[in-house]
Design a protein around this ligand. Structure first.
Ligand code: SF4
Ligand code: SF4
Length: 98
């Protein structure tokens, strides 16, 4: 597993030069971590250096982010079923729906 950068990133670049394996680059809209390169700082620092450097706490372990997202989705339950009136031909009549 690796670390990842959340949407809270403010593109300050503080983390980029701190990464011992150069896993962090500026992406199209915010900084990103290459999960194939990140080693969670093992052997270099006692804590993830990017997390330590980030002023807005946008660097998080990928697994923690994944688990939080899963929990949020579970709490929402099943998606609502939207019933739409169809004519016999299966088309939505004019004036109904979107
Ligand atoms: S956890 Fe360490 S190795 Fe991974 S991106 Fe952050 S600074 Fe780089
Ligand atoms: S230190 Fe935090 S806010 Fe700055 S570029 Fe890195 S992830 Fe983004």
């Amino acid at each position: 597993m690796s670390y990842m950068i959340t949407a809270e990133c403010i593109n300050c670049s503080a983390c980029e030069m701190e990464c011992p394996v150069r896993a962090i680059t500026s992406g199209p809209s915010q900084y990103v971590i290459d999960p194939g390169v990140c080693i969670e700082c093992e052997g270099y620092y006692p804590v993830a250096r990017c997390k330590w450097a980030c002023p807005v706490d946008a660097c998080v372990p990928e697994r923690a982010h994944y688990l939080a997202k899963s929990a949020t989705m579970l709490n929402k339950g099943a998606p609502p079923i939207v019933l739409t009136k169809l004519d016999p031909g299966g088309r939505v009549p004019a004036g109904v729906g979107g």
